[in-house]
Write a protein that binds this ligand. Sequence first.
Ligand SMILES: [Zn+2]
Length: 126
Amino acid sequence: MPRCSHTYADSSQCRRIVTSEQQLCYSHGPSRASERKRNAARGGKAKASGELGRVKARLQTLADMVEEGQMDRADAAVICQVWGCYLRALSVELKVREATELIERLDLLEEAAERKNEGDSRRWGA
Ligand SMILES: [Zn+2]
């Protein structure tokens, strides 16, 4: 079966199978250039969303490598598990940050309410 004729920077060849009319796979064919550009832009936005975006980008790369036969499936499974743990830790961290932020906002509201009550008491002499 014919293979995609794209070669990577390390001079290894792309391992995706293509039909006999095609020379390049989905990732490397020029006809899909605009689609890839859109996907890349989406990836760029993911990067802007910080840590989570970076993890997603790495998982995407990992998936591509497994698909292209550049990464051992067992290794990929372990790496994926590790990233899963990382994501859980990240999710706990986010929840703690959210709760802390809510508590701070609640404190501010309570302070403001107290100040308002004091002001009212002074004004009405109660
Ligand atoms: Zn290819």
